[in-house]
Structures are given as C-alpha cells and as structure tokens.
Write a protein of this length. Sequence first.
Length: 136
Amino acid sequence: MNGETLKGQVLRAVNGGYGLLQIDGKTVFARNALKGEEVTVAIRSRRKGVLFGEVTAVEAAHPHRREAPCPVADRCGGCHYQTADPAAQEQAKKEALEELTPPAPTEADEGAAPADGEAATDDEGAVDDEGAAPAP
C-alpha cells in the first residue's frame, strides 16, 4: 500500500488540509491538493479502509495554486493550504468547515416530520412507546 500512486480529481477540501478524492471506489485524502485539481497521490497510510497520501504531481492545477511562501511548509504541515493564494485558502477552509458543521435549523424545520429513526414528540417532548406523540 505505501508507495502506491493513484491519479484522480480532487472533489473538495476537507478538514485537516486535505483534498478528497474518490478513485476506483477508494476514498483518498491527499495533503496539498486543491479542489478541482487533477493530481497524482503517493499513498502513505491506510486507516479503516481510507487512504492517506501526499500530492506528488499536479497535472491540472487550481487557478489559485502557488508556491508555498514558507520554506518548510512541505515538511512541517502546520499551516494548511499554503499552496493556495489567500482567496483560495479562505474558500478551502470554508468548505472544510461546512463539512464539519450541520446547517442551523430553520423555522421550516419546526413543522417537519421526524427523520427516520427519530421519535415523534409533542410540544413538551413526550413520546409514546412506539415513538409517536400521545393523542391530545
């Protein structure tokens, strides 16, 4: 597994400074990959069926890709998205954050039916044995 290389397109930015790829049914997290890029990834590890690697070549670069301004960025890993200009860094970080935070409930959600697996409640939160709110 280690040393294997895979090629694919980055689907989106995810937490930790990675780009997410789906290659031949495999989930791959690649450090230093920006959304939309066509990259070659050297696989470094596998955890719970997910592959982790580093970009070794960029075949089609993001329009805001740049050389990392920090001379140790490739060894340190402390600052995510150093290879993106400030505007692209902001967009990648927003995208990664959206992945971690669910949307806030809205007024429209208040009257919605419960999702599968959720018990129905009345206004005071009571439920019956089958997960439905008791009759008034």
